[in-house]
Design a protein around this ligand. Structure first.
Ligand code: ATP
Ligand code: MG
Length: 251
C-alpha cells in the first residue's frame, strides 16, 4: 500500500484530527461566515509552508497584501522576509495598480490561473502551497458558476504540484454559500462557524470532509489570540446545558 504524504496545516491541534495533515496535492476548502477564522487559518497554512522551506503563493481578494502581512506579524509570522527571499508571492486582487507585478487586474478565473502559474514559475521548481482567499470573490455576481470555476482551478493547477487551501464565504442572512459548488469539487472541507453564547462570541471548527482520511467528526471550539493565532480549545459537547471541558488543545 502506498502511504499518503500529508502536509501540516500549521495548526498542530487540527493536524491531529486529520491523521497528521492534509494529503499533499489536495484542494481543501475553508468555508464559513465573516470573522470566523478563515483568513487567520490561511495565514497559518501559508506560514507552515515557509517554515518547511517550501514555496508559497497567497492570493488575497478582500484584504490588501499589506493587511495580510500585518495580520501574519501579529502571530509572529514573518512574510516580508519570505517575499524578499523569493519564497513567497502575495497576489493582491484588490488594491494594486497595473504597475504592481503581483496584482490581479481582472477578477476572472482565467486571469487568476495565469497569475498563479506566473508566480509558480518565478518561485521555481518543487512542491508549493497555494492559498486562494477567497475563491467566492470570483463568482460573486454569478453564483451558479461556483462549481465550474472551482473545477477549472483544480484541474488546471493539478500538474503544478500545489496543495491548495481555498476559502469560501457564507452569507450571514442565509448561511448559504455564495454559490454552493466548491464543496463538491474540494477534496476536503473545513467548516468555520460562530455563535453567541453567554453574551460572548464563540468560534467553532468542524472537519466536514477529508478524502482518504479517518478524520475527527466533532465540532471544536477554536480560539484566535494575539501573538499566537488560531488553536483548537475543546470539543463543543453539550452536557446538561453546559459545555464539556475535556479536549486536548494546543496549550
Ligand atoms: N491579533 C489578534 N488577536 C486576537 N484576535 C484577532 C487578532 N487578529 C484577528 N483576530 C480575530 O480574528 C477575526 C478575523 O478572522 P478572519 O479574518 O480569519 O475571518 P474570516 O473568516 O476570514 O472572515 P471574512 O469572511 O470576513 O474574510 C477578527 O475579527 C478578530 O476577532
Ligand atoms: Mg477573510
Amino acid at each position: 500500500m502506498s502511504s499518503i504524504r500529508r502536509v501540516s496545516t500549521g495548526v498542530p491541534s487540527l493536524d491531529k484530527l486529520i491523521a497528521g495533515g492534509i494529503p499533499e496535492g489536495f484542494m481543501v476548502a475553508a468555508v464559513g461566515e465573516p470573522g470566523t477564522g478563515k483568513t487567520v487559518f490561511s495565514i497559518h497554512f501559508a506560514n507552515q509552508g515557509i517554515l518547511e522551506e517550501g514555496k508559497v503563493i497567497y492570493v488575497t481578494t478582500e484584504e490588501s497584501r499589506e493587511s495580510i502581512i500585518r495580520q501574519a506579524e501579529m502571530f509572529g509570522f514573518d512574510f516580508s522576509t519570505a517575499i524578499k527571499e523569493g519564497r513567497m508571492v502575495i497576489i493582491d486582487a484588490l488594491m494594486k495598480g497595473a504597475e504592481d507585478p503581483w496584482s490581479l487586474q481582472d477578477l476572472t478565473v482565467e486571469a487568476l490561473i495565469d497569475k498563479i502559474i506566473e508566480a509558480k514559475k518565478y518561485l521555481g521548481y518543487g512542491s508549493a502551497r497555494l492559498v486562494i482567499d477567497s475563491m467566492s470573490a470570483f463568482w460573486l455576481d454569478k453564483p451558479a458558476m461556483a462549481r465550474k470555476y472551482s473545477y477549472q482551478v483544480k484541474r488546471t493547477l493539478y500538474k503544478w504540484g500545489f496543495t491548495i487551501l481555498a476559502t469560501s464565504q457564507y452569507a450571514i442572512t442565509t448561511e448559504k454559500g455564495f454559490g454552493f459548488g466548491i464543496e463538491h469539487v474540494a477534496d476536503g472541507i473545513i467548516r468555520f462557524s460562530r455563535q453567541i453564547r453567554n453574551w460572548r462570541l464563540e468560534r467553532m471548527m468542524l472537519v466536514e470532509k477529508m478524502r482518504q482520511t479517518p478524520h475527527d467528526l466533532r465540532v471544536w471550539i477554536i480560539d484566535i489570540r494575539d501573538k499566537r493565532g488560531l488553536a483548537l480549545v475543546r470539543p463543543a459537547e453539550l452536557t446538561r446545558g453546559e459545555l464539556y471541558y475535556g479536549g486536548a488543545g494546543d496549550k
